[in-house]
Design a protein around this ligand. Structure first.
Ligand code: BGC
Length: 748
């Protein structure tokens, strides 16, 4: 059994309810359930989401991932007193997320206001298989004297997305005095959800049912003998019209009842054993192990891999990864470049078929992207900056009101943050490099590469002898509407180059396209490093004044600068929200020297607030690649604290999916220096101080490799006997089963 690190919450704090609801979420890539307590608290935001299940409440709102009816809530009454950790006395408390098997576990002793002590244990998990199953268990022991237990639980459709109502109750029923079932339609009638729940209650318990005000509940009542543990189990089956086996109403209802009953019969303990087996396979296949002087490093990696499993919808290419995974309402569940650039590499090097699905998601939305390009006056495909299910642009028109100016700030990303187009092409190339999946290339990859390339070719404008890309927003969203954002130009160049290469390789010569592309490649302006090795973020960046960011950096992630300056003012200063040129160095490191990486890091970092969670980790990776391992480790650990740090509200709306994936990225592409974009597997090992070992698996073109870094040696091993060539610090090495190299670390 692989004992991954447990994520504890102790002591209980009402201020951290929502942070831990996100961190302690359970899920399986299809369903995500926030780690809320069974009992209600005013500020606690419950949440259950199904990947791809989006809806728009009304014309004034944007499409969002629907917060489905709640199934984990329980009103627990002990001798007539409602369990609440805010009343009575909390004698002991422990809550932990068991990443090794996906179970959220809580154990506490509560003394009711009347003075009676009860031991309460709650447990739950979302099954990795079947993907529709959720299991919960409540165990109560009256510690002082016999008492009475009342539990009300069921399906609570009063749940909304912070007040936005997405579902109509279509049907509620109780079958066989035992099973509850609620059928719900999105208010536009387009989608359905069917939730079926059933409790296993001890003999001697009585129960009744009610359906009122969108709550379908079972009320269980039973005696609690002194000192005897009493257990109640609840199983739920979550089905939606997105499911492959979705059926017309009555058949669907009975199918759900039968599926749930088959699982419920097995009981919580058995189902948990099965779940443990599935999670253990995952950990065996993917875990990153670090030996470090800081135990938090392994904890962060286990946390990241746990949540990566929860966020990637491996079962359905019509869904992708939301910016908060399935752990909260933040960013409305929309899909950003976060997926291709931060999350997809993990899938690619661990379960390439999942990376393929993430790309297929874009391919399935190619027509809408072509239409967006057309509407914006371009050719090819302009993918929406924020995407949900329909493939249409979902970016809200306005952000929150700036309380300094009183103005509603227009969100310009949908109009000008076009680098996503090249990011998708970049991920397409990476996927092909790592898999040589020719069928994918023929069916989807070439179309993605060509349409994205066509976009750039029509997007660039000729000015004199050169092609410029005008009026864009690069990754740094504090700098809007600039010309020749270096990140965008280089990535666009890479995009068009890849399209030419693969069209030629796949014998899909299109003479007109290739001629235009060659012209684009020859003339597109690629800003070069100046004498100090620094690349200008855009045409005007160097001419803007620098600003003292000390105060804002100390509150990074909060966008505090927007309280002192308007967006327009920030635009005229050298202030970065997040890595931009440094991001470019991360994605295309082979295009720049190690000196150039260091120079840009040194220049841009003091100008970067890291107000986006996508920033710090990337600085860490680039620092590691340029040999500055101590600094890299500092960035890395700070990035790990985005969700795992002490700040009580850092993750209220959900975990930061890209930042979570970047914990894996930092270890693998940062400290092991792994890259694959050029078509070969490269390593540039630079184990940071305090780390004596880093080991992780990599799937590469069908081979299963184990990579192991130690201070004085680098070891690669694999299970098959096919020769494989890799580059380590630039030198090619061919091996069959294993390769051991001494003294491989960068010593800058
Ligand atoms: C960042 C974007 C990111 C988005 C979703 C924004 O704050 O600036 O780069 O894609 O959050 O994570």
């Amino acid at each position: 059994m692989i004992q991954t690190q447990i994520l504890h919450e102790a002591p209980f704090s009402p201020h951290r309810l929502n942070k831990y609801a996100s961190l302690h979420a359970c899920g399986n890539g299809r369903i995500g359930i926030r780690g809320c307590h069974e009992e209600a608290y005013t500020d606690q935001q419950r949440g259950m989401f199904v990947a791809g299940f989006y809806h728009r409440a009304n014309a004034t709102e944007v499409t969002e991932l629907v917060n489905l009816p709640d199934i984990t809530g329980m009103r627990i009454e002990l001798d007539g007193e409602s369990l609440s950790l805010l009343s009575g006395t909390l004698v002991s408390y422990q809550r932990e997320l068991r990443t090794m098997n996906g179970e959220l576990y809580r154990e506490l002793v509560w003394q009711s206001p009347a003075g009676q002590r009860f031991r309460i244990e709650t447990r739950r998990f979302v099954a990795l298989s079947p993907l529709a199953l959720v299991a919960c268990r409540l165990t109560v022991t009256a510690l002082d004297a016999a008492a009475h237990l009342g539990v009300s639980t069921g399906i609570d459709a009063t749940q909304t997305n912070s007040g936005r109502q997405h579902l109509n109750e279509r049907s509620v029923r109780v079958f066989d005095q035992n099973v509850l079932q609620g059928g719900y339609d999105t208010t536009d009638g387009q989608q359905q959800a069917m939730i079926t729940s059933q409790c296993r209650i001890p003999s001697g318990a009585s129960s009744s049912f009610s359906a009122k005000n969108r709550r379908l509940l079972q009320h269980i009542s039973l005696p609690l003998p002194a000192g005897e543990a009493v257990t109640l189990e609840k199983f739920s089956w979550i089905a939606t019209s997105l499911d492959a086996d979705f059926l017309p109403e009555s058949d669907w209802s009975s199918r759900c009842l039968a599926s749930l009953s088959a699982c419920a019969q097995q009981g919580y303990g058995h189902l948990l054993m099965e779940n443990t087996r599935h999670w253990q396979h995952y950990w065996q296949d993917s875990r990153v192990c670090v030996t470090s002087d800081h135990p938090q490093d392994q904890r962060a990696l286990d946390f990241a891999l746990y949540h990566l499993k929860l966020m990637i919808p491996a079962h359905d290419a019509r869904a992708s990864v939301a910016a908060k995974g399935l752990t909260g309402e933040g960013y409305k569940g929309h899909v950003f470049w976060d997926t291709e650039i931060f999350i997809l590499p993990f899938a690619l090097l661990n379960a390439p078929e999942q990376a393929r699905k993430l790309l297929e998601y874009r391919y399935l939305n190619l027509t809408q992207a072509q239409e967006k390009a057309r509407r914006s006056g371009y050719q090819g495909a302009l993918f929406p900056w924020e995407c949900a299910f329909s493939g249409e642009e979902e970016t809200p028109e306005f952000a929150a009101i700036n309380i300094r100016t009183g103005q509603r700030q227009r969100v310009a990303s949908a109009m000008a943050e076009h680098h996503l187009v090249a990011d998708i092409a970049y991920a397409t190339v990476g996927y092909f490099q790592a898999t040589h999946d020719r069928e994918f290339m023929q069916q989807m990859g070439l179309a993605l590469l060509k349409e994205t390339a066509l976009f750039w070719m029509s997007r660039a404008q000729r000015r004199g002898d050169r092609l410029d890309i005008l009026n864009v927003i690069g990754p740094d969203e504090y700098t809007e509407h600039v010309d020749n954002n270096a990140f965008t130009n280089y990535m666009a160049h890479d995009n068009v180059q890849a399209a030419c290469r693969y069209l030629r390789e796949c014998d899909q010569q299109d003479a007109a396209f290739l001629a235009q592309a060659e012209d684009f490649l020859a003339h597109l302006y690629l800003p070069q490093p100046d004498e100090q090795g620094v690349i200008a973020q855009d045409d005007t960046f160097f001419s803007k004044p620098q600003c003292d960011l000390t105060a804002y950096k100390s509150q990074q992630g909060t966008q505090a600068i927007l309280l002192d300056y308007s967006r327009a003012e920030i635009n005229e200063m050298q202030v970065l929200k997040q890595a931009d040129v440094v991001m470019l160095m991360h994605l295309l490191p082979e295009k720049f020297t190690s000196g150039c990486l260091s120079a840009n890091l040194a220049f841009y970092e003091p100008r970067t607030i890291h107000d986006s969670s996508l920033s710090k980790s990337v600085h860490g990776i680039v620092a590691a690649r340029s040999g500055q391992t101590a600094q890299a480790l500092q960035f890395y650990r700070e990035a790990c604290r985005i969700d795992l740090g002490e700040e009580p509200h850092s993750s209220d709306d959900g975990i930061h999916a890209a930042a979570t994936a970047a914990i894996w990225l930092g270890a693998v592409t940062g400290f092991a220096g792994l890259t694959y974009q050029s078509g070969e597997l490269h390593f540039r090992p630079s184990l940071p101080p305090g780390w004596s070992r880093l080991q992780f698996p990599v799937r590469w073109r069908g081979a299963c490799l184990t990579v192991c870094l130690e201070p004085q040696q680098f070891i690669l091993s694999k299970t098959d006997a096919q020769p494989l060539t890799v580059r380590i610090n630039g030198t090619a090495h061919t091996f069959t089963e294993s390769l051991v190299l001494k003294g491989t670390h960068d010593e800058n």
